[in-house]
Structures are given as structure tokens and as C-alpha cells.
Design a protein. Structure first.
Length: 140
């Protein structure tokens, strides 16, 4: 009888590193993400709105338009964490520090469900912005 240990990526154990770090080993996926996914430019929407909303409202935008806002090693500000200012690879794949250091595929999320998308792609937002969440949206 064998005991198999499976490690899951959790924000408590990993920090965010930014999508540029992913490019080193996953160049094709990174280039597709940058070229085709609006998520890779999501902070542009924050920039357009920042003078029209309150600082507290702006913080709610950070939750979906940046990487890891409010989580260990996640987005703080465009000045302090510019590498996390867009919705990057780690929003779907999970924090990447452990995976980048180990190169172990068990240290990053590789299987997706719509539940991963739902914190940002809520029914209310879908109606408000007239978009549908797409699994694998342009990157893979």
C-alpha cells in the first residue's frame, strides 16, 4: 500500500510573483495572454475610473482588476507592486512563487472550474458590463 501526498497551492503558503515570471517557461501561453486577453490590461479600466469614484470604491475595483489584492504578497499599489497591477496568470492559476522556485506542476493550479471565475464574474457584473466569463479566456 502506498501513501500519496498531494500538495495544493494556497495563498497562505505562496506569494504572487507576476505574469512576467511565468513567461520564462511558458512563453507561448504568456504571449497569447498578453495579445488576446483583456485581463492582461485590466488596470486600464481602474485608471479610467480613479478620478470618478471614491478611494473605497477604487479598492473594490482592485479585487478584480489586479493580481492578489488583499492577499499575502499580492497587489498593494501601482507604485509598490507594478508587476501585479493587471489581472495576471496567478488570478486563475494561484500564487506562483512556490511553483516558480520548484518548477513542480503540483505547486500551481492547472485544472479550472467556473468557481474560480465567480468572485469577479458575478451575475451582477455580467449584466452591468455585458460580458460572459470564458474558461481559458484567450490565454490557452
Amino acid at each position: 500500500m502506498f501513501l500519496v501526498l498531494v500538495f495544493f497551492v494556497t495563498p497562505a503558503f505562496c506569494d504572487y510573483v507576476g505574469s512576467e515570471k511565468c513567461k520564462v517557461c511558458h512563453e507561448r501561453q504568456y504571449e497569447n495572454f498578453i495579445k488576446y486577453s483583456r485581463m492582461s490590461r485590466s488596470f486600464e479600466a481602474v485608471e479610467k475610473m480613479k478620478n470618478k469614484i471614491t478611494p473605497d470604491e477604487l479598492k473594490t475595483c482592485f479585487q478584480c482588476h489586479t493580481t492578489g489584492y488583499g492577499k499575502k504578497g499580492g497587489f498593494i499599489s501601482a507604485e509598490k507592486t507594478p508587476h501585479l497591477k493587471d489581472t495576471g496568470c496567478e488570478v486563475c492559476h494561484g500564487p506562483g512563487k512556490r511553483h516558480v522556485e520548484s518548477k513542480n506542476p503540483l505547486h500551481i493550479r492547472r485544472k479550472f472550474t467556473l468557481q474560480i471565475c465567480e468572485p469577479c464574474h458575478t451575475e451582477e457584473r455580467i449584466r452591468a458590463f455585458r460580458f460572459k466569463p470564458l474558461l481559458y479566456g484567450g490565454a490557452h
